[in-house]
Design a protein around this ligand. Structure first.
Ligand code: GDG
Length: 485
């Protein structure tokens, strides 16, 4: 079988035995180990090179997997990562045009880094490799590879939402970006709605593209497969660690400190897309509406800081600290703090055990590609006494977890009602909801996500090479019909 090449902005550090590495990294790594391959990306280091320049990749081999990482110059980091990726694409793709800025120089830096990374990867490629590129930092990566003459099949998976065309159009080079995405052979989204938004742009925009029933899209003289591949988790592995870690000291401390109170729990990277401010305010609304819950329920919010050198992230941190202080000041009693706001990272297994203690998983992003925390919360529950998931309708996960209490995160009153309902839900109903969701999590686990995507990419590989042999050039029509299955 051909080697797999995974390309992502950061290379997960599982190779160092990092216990904090998430399920996603482990899932991708499993695929790499199966066929052997390379994981290529930014090392996370800032170098003294000139913009657009970097040393050859640092290579580290572990069994049949090679990790190849490069550094970025300060200017490349500022323009590609901090700038266009995280101050333009991230907010816009999460429908926050109000927080998005556009700077031509940053966009030029974004394209320059994509081109530089493509050049670095090209040197590592073998003719039979298939390439799987991840996320919004690398929208033009396949186009850069094609410009270098690379013919290997290249697939792309977008972990975040794809916005409606009207929203996308607020990013000035929107058409260039979508055109660049059409250089991939497979483009995968988290949900059907994201896929549809992409297709809508291509069909109704200026690109005169079209998509057929098999999900083969034709635009700018290219044929590519576009589909939804909702990302999953390994629910049974999570259930197991959540149970194993139940008696660890920090978990016991949390349990003991609750003194029989109910626990509502949230875990998010500290990001404005996660709806933390609205979430705190809805919890405040619960305390206002239902004084009998005073002293009987606490909200624990774990929010490790991320991208703290991007200005909008500094602002959300300040706002949230202010809100937590204000709400606690308003309701706290000598022996009860309503909101425990923990601005730090926890070990992954411990986090799963903490989820198991929580009566309510409170996951209310304003927009989210999928949201793995929602899935992890369900998987971590004790089947005999499961908690209830309160979930935003704007998380991709809402389409996959029908047993959740689904809320609109902009409707504070509705969220407060859902919290109250979750806190009072009878055991039989909790168990029924949990059982349904757990079955779906098993059915659509992380391996299914990965294998379905890679099967489609391999299918393209087979179709292209058969076609090339037959006619000595890629006959788009034949590729198209072979994809219609
Ligand atoms: C992007 C998309 C999509 C959180 N705090 C700690 C910690 N975590 C872990 C969680 C979970 C992961 O980080 C976060 O994943 P999410 O899916 O919730 O969100 P994003 O980071 O925004 O991820 C998202 C995802 O990509 C996958 O495609 O679902 O929509 O935005 O696994 O448990 N892990 C540890 N300590 C923490 O304090 N160890």
């Amino acid at each position: 079988m051909s080697r797999l090449i995974v390309v992502s902005n950061r290379v997960a550090s599982t190779q160092k035995g990092n216990p904090a590495a998430g399920g996603l990294a482990i899932g991708v790594l499993d695929a790499l180990k199966e066929t052997g391959g390379v994981w290529f990306g930014w090392s996370g280091e800032i170098t003294g090179e000139a913009a657009g320049q970097t040393q050859a990749p640092v290579i580290e081999r572990q069994g049949n997997v090679t990790y190849a990482t490069v550094g970025l110059s300060r200017r490349d980091y500022d323009q590609y990562y901090r700038g266009f990726s995280n101050a333009t694409l991230w907010p816009t793709f999460h429908y926050r045009n109000d927080l998005s800025r556009y700077d031509r120089q940053e966009y030029a830096g974004y394209r320059r880094v994509n081109a530089m990374l493509a050049r670095q990867l090209q040197a590592l490629l073998e003719p039979d490799d298939i390439i799987w590129v991840h996320d919004y930092h690398l929208l033009p990566f396949a186009q850069c590879l094609r410009e270098l003459g690379v013919k290997n099949p290249v697939g792309f998976f977008l972990h975040i939402p794809f916005p409606a065309p009207e929203v996308l159009r607020s990013v000035p080079p929107h058409e260039e970006l979508v055109k660049a995405m059409c250089s991939y052979d497979v483009v995968g989204f988290q949900t059907e709605a994201d896929r549809q938004a992409f297709v809508d742009y291509v069909e109704r925009g200026h690109c005169h593209g079209s998509v057929d029933d098999a999900g083969v899209l034709h635009a700018w003289s290219r044929f590519l497969k576009v589909a939804a591949y909702p990302i999953g988790i390994y629910p049974d592995a999570i259930a197991q660690v959540a149970e194993q870690y139940t008696d660890r000291k920090p978990v016991r401390s949390l349990r003991d400190g609750m003194h029989g109170r109910k626990l509502i729990m949230s875990v998010d990277r500290l990001d404005y897309s996660k709806g933390l401010v609205e979430r705190f305010q809805a919890f405040e609304r619960l305390l206002l509406n239902a004084p009998d819950w005073h002293g009987r329920v606490s909200l624990v919010q774990v929010a490790p800081p991320t991208r703290s050198d991007v200005q909008t992230y500094q602002r959300i941190r300040q706002t949230l600290e202010g809100e937590a202080g204000r709400i606690n000041g308003r309701f706290a009693q000598l022996n009860w703090t309503p909101i425990q706001y923990l601005n730090r990272k926890y070990e992954r297994n411990l986090l799963m055990a903490l989820f198991r203690q929580a009566h309510v998983g409170y996951v209310t992003p304003l927009r989210d590609g999928m949201n793995l925390v929602a899935k992890e919360y369900v998987a971590a529950q004790n089947p005999q006494d499961p908690g209830v998931l309160v979930l935003s309708q704007f998380a991709g996960a809402a389409g996959q977890l029908p047993g959740a209490l689904v809320v609109n995160p902009f409707d504070l009153a509705q969220m407060a009602e859902a919290l109250e309902r979750a806190l009072s839900m009878p055991l039989a109903e909790r168990q029924a909801r949990y059982t349904d969701m757990m079955a779906l999590l098993r059915e659509n686990n992380l391996s299914v996500w990965r294998d379905t995507f890679l099967a489609d990419l391999r299918h393209v590989a087979t179709a292209s090479s058969a076609t090339e042999k037959a006619v000595r050039r890629v006959d788009a029509q034949m590729l198209r019909s072979s994809l219609e299955r």
